[in-house]
Design a protein around this ligand. Structure first.
Ligand code: NAD
Ligand code: TYD
Length: 360
């Protein structure tokens, strides 16, 4: 039975990944979830798995070497899936320091702890160990022309403090692979959407605001393009890379689903109208008149797009969920989890939200 150490498992993608893995492997794996529970980490995301005997939660900061080394000393870890990070570009523009601490120094701690646990006296590594570093396509920078795609060979050109910190962490992982032959993979994925996404990111923010009749802030001209990937497809891709990918390789995981932000907003509004039952008071609130163009994000990357050819050819993964289906699954989840939304939009998040949008 393999033991997985998942970092950041209480966040959006991490919690979806843990649900996916238990659905797929049931009792045949053990998962240890290490999370600091920042504003973005919510144990409520994992309440269905909390009592499983093959699941353990440890509240710890990945920058805390002592705590992380102890986990590796006390458990024979086979797989690391490293999600923990500060993940929101707007926050990184306001406060880059914590991005460097968690994303760069935290990744270094994770690498050192796994290396110490897995390295043999002859400088080789124990068999069948894997450290999968979850990264982003934002490290490749911005595509300016239609028809261009990010490939694994595209040079890094990060623009935001967030993407720069992720690029630095990717390079650290790469350096451990190149220098020590440390058994790892890097995945760079496109924008995820789905259940449990914190409503500071575009899709859940628009769903949440539209249902309350609040303004829908569109940065700049609304024509920036993102390549949307349904989060469960991403979880499956990560598992497939660890099981079928070639060690030391990078795999891009993309939705092949490029859309302008304004188009996404229109799709969400139309889908909400379609899915809200007649007589539901929210039906009156959901309206295109809420769309509000606001000041652009500083350094706003124009377009991201992944051609997921390598992962398809080598691993057999492809994005299965069409956007029209994925957005309905997501909206249905938000309908059924209004209390979740209310809780995460109170407190800290509320303060942040007001601070971020007061000048827009
Ligand atoms: P998230 O912000 O929803 O969750 C991050 C999780 O990490 C939270 O549970 C948080 O508590 C935890 N965390 C933060 N700092 C920590 C620390 N110092 N120690 C321990 N835990 C800490 O992020 P997400 O959207 O789920 O993203 C997960 C990973 O995927 C990140 O590495 C991100 O860069 C990458 N990624 C995300 C997207 C996306 O669309 N969301 C796209 C590409 C790549
Ligand atoms: P976001 O979800 O923050 O992801 P990322 O910046 O990592 O791609 O933003 C997605 C796109 O939506 C990006 O082009 C910025 C834009 N955006 C808005 O127009 N309004 C908003 O309120 C937010 C949060 C994002």
């Amino acid at each position: 039975m393999k033991t997985y150490l998942v970092t950041g498992g209480a966040g959006f993608i991490g919690s979806n990944y843990i649900h996916y893995m238990f659905k797929k492997y049931g009792e045949n794996i053990r998962i240890i979830n290490v999370d600091k529970l920042t504003y973005a980490g919510n144990l409520e995301n994992l309440k269905e798995v909390a009592d499983r005997e093959n699941y353990t939660f440890i509240k710890a900061d990945i920058c805390d070497s002592e705590a992380i080394f102890k986990i590796f000393e006390e458990n024979e870890i086979d797989r690391v899936v490293h999600f923990a990070a500060e993940s929101h570009v707007d926050r990184s523009i306001k406060d880059p320091d914590v991005f460097v601490k968690t994303n760069v120094l935290g990744t270094l701690v994770m690498l050192n702890a796994a290396k110490a646990a897995w390295e043999l006296p002859d400088d080789t590594f124990k068999k069948d160990k894997n450290f999968l570093h979850v990264s982003t396509d934002e490290v490749y920078g911005s595509l300016e022309n239609e028809g261009e795609y990010f490939y694994e060979t595209t040079p890094y050109d990060p623009h935001s403090p967030y993407s720069a910190s992720k690029a630095a962490s990717d390079f650290l992982v790469k350096s451990y692979m190149d220098t020590y032959r440390f058994p790892a993979n890097i995945t760079n994925c496109s924008n995820n959407y789905g259940p449990y996404q914190f409503p500071e990111k575009l899709i859940p923010l628009i769903i949440n605001n539209a249902l309350q009749g609040k303004k829908l802030p569109v940065y700049g001209d609304g024509k920036n393009v993102r390549d949307w990937l349904y989060v469960e497809d991403h979880a499956k891709g990560i598992d497939m890379v660890q099981e079928k990918g070639r060690l030391f390789e990078t795999y891009n995981i993309g939705g092949h689903n490029e859309k302008e932000n304004i188009k996404i907003i229109h799709i969400i509004l139309d889908t909400l109208q379609e899915m809200l039952p007649e007589g539901d008071p929210r039906k009156e609130l959901v309206s295109e008149t809420l769309i509000t163009y606001v000041e652009d994000r500083k350094g706003h990357d124009r377009r991201y797009a992944i051609a997921p050819d390598k992962i398809k050819e080598e691993v057999g993964w492809y994005p299965e969920t069409m956007f029209e289906d994925g957005i309905k699954l997501t909206i249905r989840w938000f309908f059924e989890n209004e209390d979740w939304l209310q809780r995460v939009t109170s407190g800290d998040y509320q303060n942040y939200y007001e601070d971020m949008y007061q000048t827009r």
